[in-house]
Design a protein around this ligand. Structure first.
Ligand code: ADP
Ligand code: MG
Length: 354
């Protein structure tokens, strides 16, 4: 077996080599999965949305998985283990809410190096449990294994929903209104702050970081919440978003996913993009444009969705929802109308891990 694998690897080394970075995360996923078919009639939606959708009795089952890797997604110098455990669950639940469904169970897989004590793993696990309790989901299994170096956390979330309530990325129609919950860019600025404090600490270890005054931004980065409340509000008001995604990679990337899957374009008003006052101020301190942080930052875990104009009056009355644009024809592109009156193309510049 080993020698066969070696032969395969050698074969690869003599053939043309494409760097993963040249495709990027989404390009790679597309290249790997574009020819995937499905043998099972119960697979209603496979790759390409926040969660897979699987027929299950008179309901659908939703399945989503996300992995957090030390050094790529978190830095243990400033991520408390309990928060990290909490966040690992929340980012997965967010993908189920993004389908307009409620998560019900999670599994947790851990790759641990001998750098971690039992007490440290217990601390991480206490955060996982706190998130499960808060969102009322059951932890029903997982896997625990050793990792040569960093910490690896992989969570799979399951959810249920009636089939007619599912919001796919692909359902946006020309004329639909583009909305977002909460505010954008704060998690990214929280990360910039933590990175800056880390550097200061490394340079002068006797100086304690002062992050007390930036609780909002730091909290948005270290302990995000998923928008369970919004799914309940949609249910109560009998609104089903025509399309939806959670903002994990940044507004520009995530809007691009909706537009790509729905075969439409979008027109966004900069003045309609919600940005928290703390994020506005911090962006300026870092000499960044606040709208750039909202477009490219990521990790906000807010919901980006479209609604049919017939639901406008209902949505107007819902709390914490901001209407920031409109769905247009694909050939009109994805554009930002700036406060200064210019119109720019929105380019996807979300997280690039490769
Ligand atoms: P999200 O940001 O919502 O977690 P991703 O960008 O991670 O979504 O993934 C986009 C889509 O690609 C999802 O449907 C996901 O299930 C699928 N996907 C990602 N990586 C793989 C992979 N290695 N194999 C199969 N499907 C994948
Ligand atoms: Mg998602």
């Amino acid at each position: 077996m080993l020698s066969l694998m070696r032969m395969e690897n050698e074969k690869e080394s003599t053939e043309e080599r494409t760097e993963i970075a040249s495709l990027g995360e989404f390009g790679l996923i597309h290249r790997l999965t574009k020819d995937l078919g499905s043998d099972q009639p119960s697979t209603l939606k496979g790759v390409g949305d926040d969660a897979a959708v699987i027929h299950s009795g008179d309901q659908v089952l939703l399945v989503s998985t996300d992995m957090l890797i030390e050094g790529t997604h978190f830095d243990l110098m400033y991520s408390p283990l309990k928060h990290l455990g909490y966040k690992s669950v929340v980012v997965n639940l967010s993908d189920i809410y993004a389908m307009n469904a409620h998560p019900t169970q999670v599994t947790l897989s851990l790759g641990l190096s001998n750098r971690f004590s039992v007490e440290a793993v217990e601390e991480l696990f206490s955060g996982v449990r706190a998130a499960c309790e808060h969102y009322q989901v059951d932890l029903v299994g997982g896997d625990t294994t050793s990792s040569a170096k960093g910490l690896v956390i992989s969570v799979t979330a399951l959810g249920h929903c009636s089939p007619d309530r599912v919001s796919y990325r692909s359902g946006a129609k020309v004329g639909d209104i583009l909305c977002v919950t909460g505010d954008l860019g704060a998690a990214y600025l929280g990360l910039q702050l933590l990175e800056r404090e880390k550097q200061l600490f490394l340079d002068q270890p006797d100086i304690q970081p002062d992050l007390e005054s930036q609780k909002y931004l730091v909290g948005r980065q270290l302990k995000p919440e998923a928008r369970k409340d919004m799914i309940q509000i949609f249910e109560k008001n009998k609104v089903i978003p025509t399309s939806m995604i959670d903002v994990s990679d940044g507004l520009s990337s995530d809007l691009k996913h909706i537009c790509f899957e729905s075969k439409v374009g979008a027109f966004v008003e900069e003045s309609g993009v919600p940005i928290h006052p703390d994020a506005q101020l911090m962006a300026l301190k870092f000499k960044l444009d606040p709208i750039t942080c909202a477009l490219s930052g990521g990790e906000d875990y807010e919901l980006l969705f479209t609604i049919d104009p017939k639901d406008l009056d209902k949505v107007r009355l819902m709390p914490d929802i901001y209407m920031m644009g409109e769905i247009v024809k694909a050939e009109d592109g994805i554009k930002l109308h700036t406060k200064g009156g210019n119109i720019h193309d929105i380019k996807a510049q979300g997280w690039k891990h490769f």
